[in-house]
Design a protein around this ligand. Structure first.
Ligand code: HEM
Length: 520
């Protein structure tokens, strides 16, 4: 290294420490960091970070009078927001500073940088978001997505009738299959479908390269420039292996649509409609197609496990609180009678169904510690506390939705009735659990789609089936012991449930509808 380079480097180090000292003696004296456990030199709170159920632990570690909890994980600042008030103040009120995503070097090496959900906030993100809005806004749902969900629901109910013990797999097929059909026009008939396996493999790969703290390149990003043959750089080999599945999902699905469009056989889908629109309006370009392709590839991952896990929570809620099942069935029967299945024309007419959806989103939020949002360049001062630049901000959705002051003392129970007035109408004084979908600019763009999908699922399950706990050889109910599996999306561990059609009439209705569907 030349002496001028060394001089420059020494100067940069000098400036860095002067800046640190200045912050320490001026800013921190007036504005301390938010409360948090006292850390060790250099490693800070690295060993204080909860290894599992962080959302729960963070709420309970939060120091008395503050809803902020601060960790310094070996130099990386992390801030947990434990109340709706601070989440609103920062993520909504100061969205310009709190809408980014942190860099994920390992995930990028494996090709996950395609994902809309991980894009940095800016023009490219806006382009993706407005395209999605065209297809998933509440205004557009009735044209394409709702008829699609209605179709898939018949297949789902029929599957439950045939093999009720495989209900978990049927739930995944319902939401995954519908999204693949909506996005690409794919008809997914069974869990072994080629495209379904392709996206599932890609999801597994994405999950593996995004496990925090697993790959050294995530701690020292500069290592990504080293050649793969060097010792200690095996993460590059792993990234290349997983990239095959991830690229496969992005490209093969889109190739399927383009081939069918060329042959004039393409079914209506987001891909076919948007590609056709680009060609009709003369706006097609490689770049526009890439935006569409990457956006669509993000939907399965963001939309399947979230809705499926919420549905599993609903079934679990019915088992743990059979009274909610009885009340729900009575409400659906009163609105529909006994000679037809629910449809979207019934939306808004059965408050108990809305209450079940809201309660499931609140009771076990499937993203309990919402994704990371990062202050971009600037530090911030909030509530008398100094928040350093580049802080990873995590919103504790679980804590927000388990606040007894908002939802009552029995927040840990599944009780849809908390959202209802005594006369059975919706009680607007109890807030909708919107925190389940995030705050600010990065709030979930699939919210309306998810709500509609869950609404029809709940109405259909209540109308058609009975759910009960499994029994032992003496006919006694077996105690349900269900744990929650942490991950990008939290879901209940596998549990058993007895599912039976409520009547011969409903059984016949489902079979008739399915037969018509297969013949058409
Ligand atoms: C019960 C169902 C769902 C829940 C609870 C849920 C929740 C969330 C949450 C908490 C976020 C992060 C928000 C933030 O960063 O602050 C998110 C982002 C996202 N969700 Fe959902 N989601 C659901 C269903 C869906 C569906 C069905 C789709 C698509 C059809 C979808 C697409 C997305 C996308 C693309 C993002 C990334 C947005 C961005 O980064 O700008 N989600 N969702």
């Amino acid at each position: 290294m030349s002496s001028s380079m060394l001089d420059l480097l020494s100067f940069a180090v000098f400036i860095f420490f002067v800046q640190r000292l200045w912050i320490h003696f001026t800013v921190h004296r007036r504005f301390p960091l938010p409360p948090g456990p006292k850390g060790w030199p250099i490693i800070g709170n690295l060993f204080d970070l909860p290894k599992e159920k962080a959302y729960f632990t963070n709420r309970h570690t939060a120091l008395t009078d503050s809803d902020l909890l601060y960790f310094n994980a070996a130099g990386t600042s992390m801030l947990i927001l434990n109340s709706a008030e601070v989440a609103n103040d920062l993520l909504v009120g100061r969205w310009k500073m709190y809408s980014d995503r942190p860099p994920l070097p390992m995930a990028y090496l494996a090709g996950v940088d395609f994902s809309f959900a991980l894009l940095s906030y800016g023009d490219n993100w806006r382009k993706h978001r407005s395209l999605l809005k065209r297809e998933l806004s509440p205004l557009h749902l009735p044209a394409y997505q709702k008829p699609q969900l209605q179709e898939s629901m018949i297949k789902f109910l029929h599957n439950l009738l045939e093999t009720p013990q495989q209900f978990e797999s049927h739930v995944h097929l319902l939401f995954g299959g519908t999204l693949l059909s909506s996005a690409y026009g794919l008809s997914i008939e069974d869990p072994g479908d080629y495209y379904l396996m392709l996206v599932k493999e890609a999801m597994r790969a994405i999950g593996e390269v995004m496990i925090p703290g697993t790959y050294i390149v995530d701690i020292f990003p500069v290592l990504r420039y080293l050649p793969a043959w060097l010792p200690g750089v095996s993460f590059k080999k792993k990234a290349a292996q997983e990239r095959v599945f991830i690229d496969g999902m992005i490209h093969e699905t889109m190739s399927f649509v383009k081939k069918d469009m060329k042959n004039g056989m393409a079914k209506s889908s987001i891909a076919s409609r948007q590609l056709q629109k680009m060609h009709d309006e003369g706006t097609w370009s490689e770049e526009e197609e890439t935006v569409l392709r990457n956006l669509l590839a993000s939907l399965y991952g963001a939309g399947t496990d979230t809705t499926a896990a919420t549905t599993m929570n609903i079934i679990l809620g019915f088992l743990l609180n059979p009274d909610s099942l009885k009340k729900g069935q009575a409400a659906v029967d009163a609105a529909l009678g006994f000679d037809r299945l629910p449809n979207y024309g019934d939306e808004g007419k059965i408050p108990y169904v809305d209450a079940v959806v809201m309660e499931a989103l609140r009771w076990q939020p499937v993203v309990p510690l919402s994704m990371n949002l990062l202050t971009i360049e600037n530090a911030d001062i909030y509530g008398g506390h100094y928040i350093p630049a580049n802080t990873i901000v995590l919103e504790n959705t679980w804590a927000i939705l388990h606040d007894p002051a908002t939802y009552g003392e029995d927040v840990d129970q599944f009780r849809p009735g908390r959202f209802l007035n005594p006369d059975g109408t919706l009680n607007n004084a109890v807030p909708y659990p919107s925190a389940a979908f995030g705050y600010g600019r990065r709030t979930c763009p699939g919210k309306s789609y998810a709500q509609s999908a869950l609404w029809l699922t709940v109405a259909s399950l209540l109308s058609c089936f009975d759910f009960s706990k499994p029994v032992n050889e003496k006919g006694e109910e077996i105690h349900l012991s269900v744990d929650y599996i942490d991950g990008l999306i939290t879901h209940p561990s596998t549990f058993e449930c007895i599912i039976r059609p409520r009547s011969k009439v409903v059984e016949r209705l489902i079979r008739q509808k399915r037969e018509q569907q297969v013949l058409s």
